[in-house]
Design a protein around this ligand. Structure first.
Ligand SMILES: [Zn+2]
Length: 302
């Protein structure tokens, strides 16, 4: 019987990795992570199915949090550039395989809702969740309701020069302030291959001047974007998630200062790290799964 005690499978499909967890009443019972197939397309769908299968257990619903333009009601991914998905009926494909209801949602909106309901966004009338990982995007929750559609694509556009971005634009925030962009910038300036942005964050602490230069450019770019959000929304709580949020105060302290310096008559926003680190998407996916169960089992309360 579907109910509050049901186990669900939650999957966060990112550009770099696919994270999955079997979630019961008390939280995650089992987690798996596998790399996202770089070629995109059907192999990514197969990897999602394999991750859910690897979890085992008896999930009664599956929640899928995915990037891109998502039609949540239809269960379709309209467009996800990094995954090379176009008009993909993902909910039906995964649900058909396992024979359980599937809740499909946008990764940032799902993560933002998880922060609002369970994490660092609790009680915030205006919440902006910013996920910084392979890419950068945001979601806005106003009075408990996420803004749907194409809102939150702050990683792209707005510049006229710089590195060519996957979106076709030049100098997008994502090219130099995402975790992937920070690592790439560091390698191109220093000539040294590194494992990722965490190594640059460590370099900032250790006095590596190239790391500090790259980091400051990223922080300033993020601050300009967030200050613009505050100018529009007014009093706002900003929660930073995604892999880069694991840098903690190395990121948040200079970011708070830089945002405050860009604002004059505006309220200074509260900027907090995600309560779930880089796993906000997983928590959001679990909410999507539970919502799909409620859809198929009307007797179940929230
Ligand atoms: Zn772009």
């Amino acid at each position: 019987m579907a109910g509050l005690s049901a186990e669900v499978a939650a999957v966060d499909v990112g550009g770099t990795s696919i994270k999955a967890a079997l979630v019961g009443d008390g939280g995650a019972l089992r987690s798996v992570q596998r790399p996202t197939p770089a070629q995109g397309g059907l192999p990514v769908v197969e990897a999602v199915i394999a991750a859910v299968a690897e979890l085992g257990g008896q999930p009664q619903a599956i929640g899928l949090a995915v990037p891109g333009i998502v039609d949540e009601a239809a269960g379709t991914v309209r467009h996800a550039k990094n995954l090379r998905w176009e008009e993909l009926p993902l909910a039906a494909m995964v649900g058909g395989h396992f024979g359980v209801p599937v809740g499909l949602g946008h990764d940032m909106r799902a993560a933002a809702l998880a922060e609002y309901q369970l994490g660092a966004g609790q009680g915030a009338p205006r919440l902006v969740f910013v996920g910084i990982g392979t890419g950068i995007s945001a979601a806005v929750v106003l009075d408990g309701q996420p803004l749907n559609g194409s809102a939150g694509e702050i990683g792209h556009g707005g510049a006229a020069s710089g590195e060519l971005c996957a979106c076709g634009g030049l100098g997008c925030l994502e090219t130099y302030a995402s975790a992937a962009g920070i690592a790439r910038s560091y390698t191109s300036l220093s000539g040294r291959e590194i494992s990722g942005a965490a190594e640059v964050a460590q370099g900032v602490q250790d006095g590596d001047l190239v790391a500090q230069l790259v980091w400051t450019a990223a922080v300033n770019g993020l601050a300009r974007e967030l200050a613009g959000v505050v100018r529009l929304l007014g009093e706002t709580r900003i929660v930073i998630g995604g892999g880069l949020s694991l840098a903690g105060d190395t990121l948040l302290s200079p970011l708070r200062t830089a945002v405050a310096e860009l604002l004059t008559v505006h309220p200074i926003p509260t900027i907090l790290p995600s309560a779930f680190g880089d796993r906000a998407g997983i928590h959001g996916a679990a909410l999507l799964a539970r919502r799909s169960l409620r859809g198929s089992a009307p007797q179940t309360p929230c």
